[in-house]
Ligand binder design. Structure first.
Ligand SMILES: [Mg+2]
Length: 351
């Protein structure tokens, strides 16, 4: 089936719940949308929203690069799936936003043309998993009230953003632990805000922490090697793990036992799979994270995540706080557990 046309767009979406992390506050996002239209009218859809701080360019840059690529794909046969995917991989090595947008749209179009879900195409290893939901940097009272709200919605894996001041971070987490006990599982994201000593102190002076994301700066990578192994077991590498090259480096020695893969860092399903396989072969567990993203790319991440048996943690809450989306569907969310819909392609419906 021929690729008849390609449409790309960039849309602004407000967040219903603006939030603060160690290096920024976010209240709205831009999303790149790629639509691949096949000759029988089938539409494959992809989306991306990258973080310039993490990948070096923003979604508007990706939009501009994507525009120039449209003519290159038009007229190609979607049955030459791997040729097209490889072409996209090689065209957008330094631009994960464009790569993800096109990668997802091609997967969606191809699977729809076969009448199968992406979950089936990738091969499902895990039926469903709970996702964490994130509380930004807030005072203790606001944090407690937001956790209560999430508990009421059925979530019990809570990711708490820290990293401004380790003394205050320890104090807050101990109050939260005392208040909620075993009712919640706590994941920490320090977003590069701590030193080696801060992290060790945090570990020693708190309890019941499921994992700690990227405590040290990307510039401080060598210090990850100095953590004792009981701390390394809890370290999830996020900003230090952008692409496949990083995965090779970070699996060559024990920098941390968890990789946080985001399709918005590595540029889509294909590179995500490469990183996941590299992790699997080195006994590294997987966490799948996200930016603030459309249901389109969250569904892609969820399906990819559930196709790897070393996937242990989902952190795919990125579509919950969008004021609007351009699709519905993709997955079911029940009591904090995400399960993909098994309709063709990504299982999303354009609104
Ligand atoms: Mg993170």
């Amino acid at each position: 089936m021929k690729i008849e046309n390609i449409e790309i767009d960039i849309i602004d979406i407000d967040l219903t719940r603006p939030y603060t992390i160690a290096y920024k506050t976010t209240s709205s996002i831009k999303t790149l949308v790629v639509k691949i239209i096949l000759s029988d009218g089938t539409i494959g859809i992809g989306a991306s929203n990258v973080s310039k701080y993490v990948v070096g360019l923003d979604t508007t840059d990706s939009y501009n690069n994507s525009k120039e690529y449209i003519d290159h794909l038009k007229g190609k046969d979607i049955d030459s799936f791997w040729m097209i995917i490889n072409d996209i991989e090689n065209e957008f090595i330094g631009d994960p936003g464009s790569k993800a947008g096109f990668n997802l749209a091609v997967y969606d179009a191809f699977c729809k043309s076969l009448g199968i879900s992406i979950g089936k195409f990738l091969g499902r290893k895990i039926k469903s998993l709970p996702t964490s939901i994130t509380v930004g940097i807030k005072n203790t009272e606001e944090t407690i009230s937001e956790i209560n709200e999430y508990l009421g919605m059925g979530f019990n894996h809570i990711k708490i953003k820290l990293g401004n001041d380790v003394d205050e971070d320890i104090r807050r987490i101990n109050i939260i632990n005392e208040k909620f006990g075993s009712k919640i599982k706590i994941r920490i994201d320090a977003n590069q805000g701590w030193s080696l000593d801060d992290t060790i102190r945090f570990y020693d002076e708190t309890k019941h922490i499921e994992l700690i994301e990227q405590p040290l700066s990307v510039k401080d990578l060598g210090n990850y090697l100095k953590f004792p192994s009981k701390i390394k077991d809890l370290i999830a590498l996020d900003e230090s793990l952008v692409n496949f090259k990083d995965a090779i480096k970070l699996s060559s020695e024990n920098f941390g036992k968890i990789f946080n893969i985001k399709l918005m860092k590595c540029g889509g399903i294909t590179t995500g799979q490469q990183i996941a396989n590299q992790a699997y072969q080195n006994n590294i567990d997987l966490m799948w994270g996200c930016n603030d993203e459309s249901i389109i790319s969250i569904s892609a991440a969820l399906n990819t995540a559930l196709s790897f048996e070393n996937t242990k943690y989902l952190d795919l809450d990125g579509s919950f706080d969008l004021e609007r989306d351009i699709v519905s569907g993709g997955f079911n969310l029940k009591n904090g557990v995400l399960q993909p819909l098994d309709s063709p392609g990504l299982g999303v419906k354009l609104l």
